[in-house]
Design a binder for this molecule. Structure first.
Ligand SMILES: Nc1ncnc2c1ncn2[C@@H]1O[C@H](COP(=O)(O)OP(=O)(O)O)[C@@H](O)[C@H]1O
Ligand SMILES: [Mg+2]
Length: 305
């Protein structure tokens, strides 16, 4: 049975961005996707009947507890994993493998340590057969837009984690993809760097006007960046809710302390908490949390120890 999306914010309150009228490519459609790994005793059903859409130029996040199948889903859209059932399509064409029209950024920096920053950015273009002068110009233009041109001749290990991840994003953009697929790209960064990276990403996204399919388990991050958020259940991951983020663009750090923002955080927290507990094999009851072999009341652990 498919979960009915919940729109916490009525659609008529949503600010329509000019962006949507500009982008006409980058439509991602996942239809009834199921993913099963292994068989027999080692069978793991990771994803179940997931249908979702990223509209051209839209920033969409998928959020859910650890192990709920988020990376599996992104891997299908990237073309690295084949779904056991259902289909994923980009602009109407079924995804059968990786392609340059989809740029991928993972949590781990995937830059080549033996190549300079510019050569890393050029790599995809080189693979696509783009001539040397043209790919140099493209890489320098992109690095300039991202404020990284001064580092073009540095090697990745001379740079901070935040800087490397920015270059990872620039590299993913170099082949002019229709959609950027990002799997917890800031997960390895400290909180301060992460916040700055979120601002950089939202600014870059406004410049490049492409669709983004973003995976995270960070509630604030998903709200700050996204137009829409899909919340997944515990494994097997299904869509539990679909939330439209009503904040205007461009997003600013000041918005994170508005009532609209903090209300959304609370709503998402409640949704995710249920699923995180389910993922831990624990039941949420009216009296408190069970499942650790003891009963804990609403006062917490203090009164039983
Ligand atoms: N290649 C694989 N083989 C077997 N099990 C896998 C594989 N990839 C993921 N899984 C399992 O599928 C489930 C979902 O994993 P994943 O998509 O990585 O979740 P998430 O990204 O939400 O943490 C997990 O239980 C994980 O152990
Ligand atoms: Mg993951």
């Amino acid at each position: 049975m498919k979960a009915e999306p919940i729109n916490i914010i009525p659609k008529d309150k949503v600010t329509t961005r000019a962006l949507n009228s500009v982008a006409n490519k980058g439509l991602v459609e996942c239809r009834d996707i199921g993913v099963v790994f292994g068989s027999g005793g080692s069978r793991v059903e990771a994803v179940k009947s997931v249908s979702l859409t990223v509209n051209p130029g839209e920033f969409v996040s998928v959020i859910g507890p650890s192990g709920c199948g988020k990376s599996s889903l992104l891997s299908i859209v990237a073309g690295f994993t084949k779904p056991t059932s259902g289909t994923a399509a980009l602009d109407g064409a079924v995804i059968k493998g990786p392609g340059s029209e989809r740029g991928v950024v993972f949590q781990q920096y995937s830059l080549f340590p033996w190549l300079t920053v510019r050569k890393n950015v050029e790599f995809g273009l080189k693979m696509a057969g783009v001539a040397r002068t043209r790919r140099e110009t493209s890489a320098r233009t992109l690095l300039g837009l991202a404020g990284l041109l001064a580092f073009e001749n540095h090697y990745p290990d001379q740079l901070s984690g935040g800087m490397r991840q920015r270059i990872g994003i620039v590299r993913a953009l170099a082949t002019s993809p229709q959609v950027l697929l990002m799997d917890e790209p800031f997960g390895a960064l400290d909180t301060q760097t992460r916040t700055v990276m979120q601002e950089i990403l939202t600014n870059m996204w406004q410049q490049f006007r492409i669709s983004v399919f973003f995976i995270t388990h960070d509630i604030e991050e998903s709200i700050f960046l996204s137009d829409r958020i899909y919340v997944m259940t515990a494994r097997p991951g299904r869509i539990k809710a679909e939330i439209v983020v009503p904040l205007p663009r461009p997003r600013t750090a000041a918005m994170t302390s508005t009532k609209e923002f903090t209300d959304l955080v609370q709503q998402l927290k409640a949704l995710i908490r249920e699923e995180s507990l389910a993922a831990m094999g624990t039941e949420l009851t009216s009296g408190g949390v069970t499942g650790f072999g003891m009963e804990v009341g609403p006062e917490g652990v203090g009164n039983v120890l």
